[in-house]
Write a protein that binds this ligand. Structure first.
Ligand code: AQP
Length: 333
């Protein structure tokens, strides 16, 4: 039976990239009446420094963002990673299954560790083993993610396969990354070659779900573009990453595709298209941001939802960990 798992780091505010690449997809899965489990991965977030107070607020804000976007705690399991200790327990086993060389090849590691990798945390290096544990402790079969996480889900499959092979079992399933939608890779508004990211130092590079209407309009107006008007077909966007990004965002928000957007807006200069995009963005995001603000006034309710979610998650995770310990040869499992 299919089971969906995915997570988002509370490492900053939610961006339009997280929303279009991940959260709208999560809601689609929930609406298909498939078992869905979504996690605020706070243990992943601390692989780079987080101020404790900020981490607490960001975790609650992420939970509020999930709920405001349409995830329903009665139909999906919503919880915080550190409240389900089986994730880290299984991650240790996977640290012993995964190879250093596999981790060294991860592009996220290379990007985030940068040139000074000796100074990166050990946790940042081991990140993909914890992510494999997040997924496999639920025997999840499908993982909806943005394009940037594909490599980590593939590594999850490698870890599962090596575990099954080394111990001669058929225990962990093969997990599918599911990368769908018009905006699987939303790019920075300042640089069409970099993805929109919550940890980009420039706030102008991204749209945050908490931005107000004026801020959104201003960021879109200032977004980097070339001087040409929009082309009439998708091919005309091939060498124009910034223009393509804005068209992709429009398509995803409007629930259409690039051809559909260009049929209506092809030939328009950015002085016409950008205000249309700003208006659509505000129309779609304003209800979410006001619902998030409302939920954030009741942090105790958010905490209660997360605790209840963690209890439900442990009902699934605990037996998987126990069986893993038995397979590995731990006495008392
Ligand atoms: N720009 C993006 N376009 C499409 N999808 C995206 N995702 C992130 N950025 C984009 C998807 O959002 C989910 C959660 O991501 P994450 O927070 O766990 O980690 P990340 O991919 O590292 O996201 P950020 O925003 O760039 O965070 P930082 O800056 O802290 O590293 C994933 O499914 C991801 O694909």
């Amino acid at each position: 039976t299919p089971r969906v798992f995915s997570g988002i780091q509370p490492s900053g505010g939610l961006t339009l990239g997280n929303y279009l690449g991940a959260m709208t997809r999560f809601v689609d899965w929930q609406e298909r009446d498939i078992e869905t489990i979504f996690c605020m991965v706070d243990l992943h977030a601390i692989t780079v420094w987080q101020e404790p107070e900020a981490l607490r607020r960001q975790t609650r804000e992420l939970a509020a963002g999930f709920i405001a976007s349409g995830l329903d705690p009665a139909r999906s399991i919503l919880f915080n990673q550190s409240q389900v200790p089986e994730h880290t327990q299984l991650a240790w086993i996977f640290n012993c299954v995964a190879r250093m060389g596999w981790m060294q090849r991860m592009t996220q590691w290379k990007d985030k560790a940068g040139k000074n990798s000796q100074n990166a945390s050990l946790g940042l290096f081991a990140y993909p083993a914890l992510m494999a544990a997040d997924i496999l402790v639920y025997h999840a079969t499908h993982v909806p993610v943005g394009e940037d996480q594909k490599q980590h889900v593939e590594l999850t499959r490698d870890i599962a396969a090596k575990f099954n092979h080394d111990y001669g079992v058929d225990f962990f399933p093969e997990t599918e990354p599911v990368i769908e939608g018009a905006a699987t890779r939303v790019m920075s508004l300042r640089d069409g070659s970099r993805k929109m990211s919550k940890s980009d130092p420039s706030d102008m590079s991204r749209i945050n779900l908490t931005d107000d209407a004026d801020t959104i309009a201003n960021k879109i107006r200032k977004a980097r573009t070339d001087p040409e008007p929009l082309p009439s077909d998708a091919e005309g966007l091939a060498e124009r990453p910034e223009a393509r990004n804005l068209v992709n965002i429009y398509a995803a928000l409007a629930g259409t595709d690039v051809a559909g957007v260009l049929a209506d807006h092809g030939g328009q200069p950015f002085s016409v298209f950008k205000p249309a995009l700003a208006e659509l963005s505000v129309e779609k995001l304003a209800p979410i941001s006001s619902e998030m603000a409302r939920l954030m006034e009741q942090p105790d309710e958010i905490d209660a939802i997360l605790s209840k979610g963690a209890e439900k998650a442990r009902v699934i995770a605990a037996p998987v960990l126990k069986r893993t310990y038995e397979i590995v040869g731990m006495v008392g499992a």
